[in-house]
Design a protein around this ligand. Sequence first.
Ligand code: DI6
Ligand code: FE
Length: 408
Amino acid sequence: MWDAVWLNAHLATMAPESGGDDGYHAIRDGAVGVKDGRIAWVGRRSELSGPPEDLARAAFDCGGRWITPGLIDCHTHIVHGGDRANEFALRLKGASYEEIARAGGGILSTVTATRAADARSLLQSASRRLEPLRREGVTTIEIKSGYGLDLDTEVRMLQVATRLGEETGIRVSRSFLGAHALPPEYKGDADGYLDLVCRQVMPQMASEGLADAVDAFGEKIAFSPEQVSRVFGAARELGLPVRLHADQLSDQGGGGLAAAYDALSADHLEYTTERSVEAMAEAGTVAVLLPGAFYFLGEVKRPPIDLFRRHAVQMAIATDCNPGSAPVTSLLLMLNMACTLFRLTPEEALTGVTRNAAAALGLEEECGRLAPGLSADFALWDIAVPAELSYRIGFNPCAGVVRAGQAV
Ligand code: DI6
Ligand code: FE
């Protein structure tokens, strides 16, 4: 006996094992059975083994709406203090993102604001940003540290991320991003800072179970490939998987570097070369595309989408929600931008915030598809066809969100 069954819905299962001849692996007039917070059965309503009241304690009529897996935002910096609206104004007057960063603004201004914020205010401001994502059907979110750059603040950020998940019921995957920028007290001493990151902060994160992965910002204005390698080597020793902010503003061989450490994902990738793409394909590293940052910084060089397709690298899409380069709190808008700016198909875009986003977090056996055994995370949509999710701008057709079998 199931706890509940959802009926009279079309299912975009996003699960190749469901068959179907499009990228949604759709089942028309389907049903989803749920038991103990997990999906027990997915299929056509006509193939149910009996009347719903014999199969489940509760039956929900979805009124012909669509069900997709709960959406997954696999790259965010949603926990942070302050904002950078002033820098936005400066950039509009002609200053570049890199110039602002080199002048001590950028990430470091958010570090100052985050260090000054207590856990309560960090939780409050992050909750406000999470709310619109939740209303758009997001049931899993990745959250990075990286605006503390000292032991106490980095720990506080990931504690707040953990709390955010506990209080909202949304699944939170946490990444330690100590190697995000060089803090002012280590100016001119990157090695000294990386000593702190690798010998003290990261081991403490690991022993307290505060991080699910380790991230780094590989860029001319951040950390070199050698420095990133050092961080990844330390992560490997602690048994933590890695991901990388790679090749966003210049080609640093970031995609290949991430792949060399079997990274779960390499993110941004505007300047990534075919060599790196091949290495990513070989390692199974997911390409996380961040069209909101591309848009907001007015970039013109697009990530090599055709190469990802040709080499069968999985593509995911995320908001990058951060105060400097992507003050974005709509994942649906990112679907639209992935299609309009990067020329993804609507099928690829939805795959990028479900199945492939789960893979980017190492959660492919937990969420991201409508398939038996996975967590019962799904979203209900008032749409006629799934492509509508990518097509509309500023319209939210989400009619309900279920996480682990419960409405959230
Ligand atoms: N993600 C990041 O971590 C950096 N860029 C990006 O897309 C910097 C974010 C920031 O400016 O605060
Ligand atoms: Fe980022």
